[in-house]
Every structure is written in structure tokens, then in C-alpha cells.
Design a binder for this molecule. Structure first.
Ligand SMILES: [Zn+2]
Length: 434
């Protein structure tokens, strides 16, 4: 009987430790041959020792050289391990205190992922997913529009008459659009390329994702071998491109698999790989149909100011559109190879009109279909019709509260019968609809 018990708790083997630093957190993943029991705790810094995080794993063995673990340039300074009888202790030396959060993930066979123990570290500046959601809800966040001016640096894009470079024209249009979004309540622009330099396509989508973009717009100008080709076009990704992208994401385990099972996102750790695929597919299908609808709005906004190359949103497998979860459009603003269109694209006035057309199409679409948790969503809901109330917390100022709700401080005072800026903690203010 004793022998059987001993057999049943044969040590799990820790086969690898991976560390990934992102702006949101540092994720430490232990790959193992079996589910890992574990205990995680922190130790504060002392005169001799830095802040530490300890991961104790009973009934386990290490099967690889932990010297080889790359801790990257996050809060982890170094990693030490020790084996005591049947248990493994992993100590992370830290350059700042962290809050840990740990969970285990089951194997995903198709992705070649074994049992995993995930420990997420949040520094003081980073917030756990729960806090982040709360913060976003409280502030009724802006919709973030990533604006990608095509080409740049050594890649001029298409070249028109009089050495008119696509990279220059589209950057000027993109900058004007960014200004329009920044000026519109509820929107914030994120310029992907901020100057005349080249960014690889994957870096462009990665920057959008890192900036938590809700929408991705890539701005280009076309060229064709004959000078008479003309008109603006709007593209979304093709179904085929979307499908192959699903496959790529599924295969790219570094990028996706831990995210799939991870904190704050859909938890799939106890689901099978088929379902993971289906859920990714759904997300891609949803974002594709949003892209097509938004593209339609952009086309109708462009039509009055510029001829259209095609009257519908076209679909193609452009790499820069391949963010499965961010509705994305590529706008060809006209043919730079067509002398007449090139002349117009070079003018400030036409650039402004083009920027405004794209901006207003996207704005109209997003005002009707606002992403969750945004000020636009709140404005569209019935909630804003009735006055909202807000309880003052420590650190609040009257003008800060007014700003957050896009109303003037004087209006806030008026609605609440206040004569000055004095407010006290716990006081409840009525927030009028703006
Ligand atoms: Zn281009």
C-alpha cells in the first residue's frame, strides 16, 4: 500500500523556464511533465538582499540548465534554483517589489505545450487585469485608433511624377487624421510610424497591439504601370488570409498559447485545442465583419471628394491587416502614378479632405458600434440620459472629475449647486449628460 502511494506521487519534471516581459506584466512559465503543486511568496529587500519572489514546487525535479534562462530586461535581476530532497525552490531576485499571480495550465497537445505553471509578476507601475479593467471602466476610456502611414525610410512606396513619394504623402495624411481623432471627444490616435523610417509589417501590428488599439488603419497610395488607373480603394483582409492567420496564430505558441490560457483573457486551460481554434476563428470572423462595415462607411465618405477605384470594400491578404482581433482597414488614397491624382494628393487641401473623409467614416462607424468600456459606449447607452452620480474619493478634484466626464467644471458646479471648487471625500456629485 505504501509503495503504491509513493509511486503515485513520482516527481514531476520541470523541463524549461521561460520569461517574457511585456508592458503589462512579466510572465514566468514553467514547462513540466505533470501538473505542478506550488507555493509562491515574496520576500522584501534587506541590506544584503534585493526583493525576491520564491516559487516552491514540491515533488519535482529540474531537468535542464537553469543558467540558460534568459530573464530579459524586466524586473527580474537573476534566477536561482535549488533542489532539496524531493522539492525545487526557484528564487527570482528583483529590482523592485512585485505582486505575483499564479495559475496552472493543462497541456495543449497540438501546440506541443505541456503542463505549465504560470507566475505573472506585476510591478507597482503595472496593474493586474482586474485593476486595469476597473481603471478603464472608471475613466470610460477613449477608443484608440492606430494610424499606420505606409512605407518610410529606405522604402519610398510608389513614386509619382516630380518624385512625389508615397511615404511622404501618406504620412502627411496620417498626421492630419491623427489630429482629427485627438480633437474628437472619445477618440485617441496612435501613430504607428512617427517619422520617416521603416518599420516591418509585423512591427506595425505589434505596436498597435501593445498600444491596445481598437482599430487599425493603414494609409497608402497606389501605383499602376499605366498612368490612367485612378481612384481610391479600401481593403479589408480576405477570408483566406484570415484563415491562414488563424493557423499561424495557433502555431505560434510563444505568442499565443500562454495568452489563450492566461490571465484576464478567455480562459481555455481546461478546453481542448479544437475549441481554441474555434474561438480564435470567431474573433477573426467578428473583426472581419466589423472591418467590412467600417470600410463601407469610409468609402461613402471618400466618394464625394475622390473617385473610387471600386465601389465596394475589397479583400486581400495584406500582412499589415492580419491582426485577428483588431478590425483593420487599408486605404489606398488614390493613384500616385496618375498625374492628375498625384497633383491633388500633393496638395495640403486634398490631403486634409482625404484625412477628414477617412476620419469621419471611421468615427461614424465607431459611434454606432462603440467598443465596450469606452466613453462612446457610455454615451450611446441609456445610462447617460439619466444623470450619473459619482462618489468623491481621495485625490479627486472638481476639474479632474469634470474632465473625465467631458463636461466643464462650471456645468458640474451648476448641476450640483456648488459655488466653489471645494469637494469632500464621500460626497456624491450628479454628473450631467454632456
Ligand atoms: Zn503603399
Amino acid at each position: 500500500m505504501m509503495l503504491l502511494v509513493a509511486d503515485a506521487i513520482a516527481a514531476a519534471v520541470i523541463e524549461n523556464i521561460r520569461v517574457r516581459n511585456t508592458p503589462e506584466r512579466t510572465r514566468v512559465v514553467l514547462d513540466a511533465s505533470a501538473p505542478l503543486e506550488h507555493k509562491v511568496f515574496t520576500l522584501p529587500s534587506t541590506d544584503q538582499k534585493p526583493d525576491r519572489l520564491v516559487i516552491d514546487v514540491p515533488e519535482a525535479k529540474l531537468s535542464f540548465d537553469t543558467q540558460a534562462v534568459d530573464v530579459g530586461d524586466g524586473p527580474i535581476l537573476g534566477l536561482r534554483t535549488s533542489q532539496k530532497s524531493q522539492s525545487v525552490r526557484i528564487v527570482l531576485d528583483l529590482d523592485a517589489p512585485v505582486r505575483p499571480r499564479s495559475f496552472v495550465l493543462s497541456p495543449i497537445l497540438n501546440l506541443n505545450l505541456s503542463d505549465r505553471l504560470v507566475v505573472d509578476l506585476y510591478t507597482k507601475e503595472q496593474q493586474s487585469p482586474v485593476q486595469r479593467v476597473e481603471r478603464l471602466t472608471n475613466q470610460m476610456r477613449d477608443v484608440i485608433v492606430a494610424i499606420d502611414a505606409g512605407h518610410g525610410g529606405d522604402d519610398p512606396g510608389a513614386i509619382g511624377p516630380d518624385k512625389l513619394y508615397e511615404k511622404v504623402v501618406v504620412f502627411e495624411i496620417a498626421q492630419k487624421m491623427a489630429q482629427m481623432f485627438d480633437d474628437a471627444p472619445g477618440f485617441r490616435a496612435l501613430m504607428i510610424r512617427e517619422g520617416d523610417y521603416y518599420l516591418a509589417l509585423r512591427e506595425r501590428t505589434a505596436k498597435a497591439r501593445k498600444g491596445r488599439a481598437d482599430i487599425f488603419l493603414s494609409i497608402h497610395a497606389d501605383a499602376f504601370k499605366t498612368a490612367d488607373a485612378h481612384g481610391a480603394s479600401v481593403y479589408a483582409i480576405s477570408e483566406k488570409g484570415a484563415t491562414s492567420e488563424t493557423a499561424r496564430w495557433l502555431a505560434e505558441k510563444e505568442n499565443r498559447a500562454d495568452l489563450i490560457g492566461g490571465a484576464g483573457e478567455v480562459t481555455l486551460d481546461d478546453k481542448d485545442d479544437l475549441l481554441v481554434g474555434v474561438l480564435l476563428d470567431l474573433s477573426i470572423t467578428a473583426s472581419l465583419s466589423q472591418s467590412l462595415e467600417m470600410g463601407g462607411k469610409v468609402l461613402s465618405a471618400i466618394e464625394p471628394i475622390n473617385r473610387l477605384h471600386k465601389k465596394q470594400v475589397e479583400q486581400a491578404s495584406f500582412a499589415v491587416l492580419k491582426s485577428p482581433d483588431i478590425p483593420s482597414l487599408l486605404v489606398e488614397t488614390g493613384y500616385i502614378s496618375n498625374p492628375r491624382e498625384a497633383r491633388r494628393l500633393a496638395t495640403e487641401q486634398h490631403q486634409h479632405r482625404m484625412a477628414h473623409a477617412i476620419f469621419s467614416g471611421v468615427r461614424d462607424y465607431l459611434s454606432d458600434n462603440p467598443p465596450e468600456g469606452t466613453w462612446l459606449a457610455w454615451k450611446k447607452s441609456d445610462m447617460h440620459v439619466e444623470a450619473l452620480s459619482y462618489r468623491i474619493v481621495s485625490g479627486d478634484t472638481l476639474s479632474g472629475i469634470a474632465d473625465r466626464h467631458r463636461i466643464s467644471a462650471s456645468r458640474l458646479r451648476e448641476v450640483n449647486g456648488l459655488s466653489g471648487d471645494l469637494i469632500r471625500i464621500g460626497q456624491v456629485l450628479k454628473i450631467p449628460a454632456s
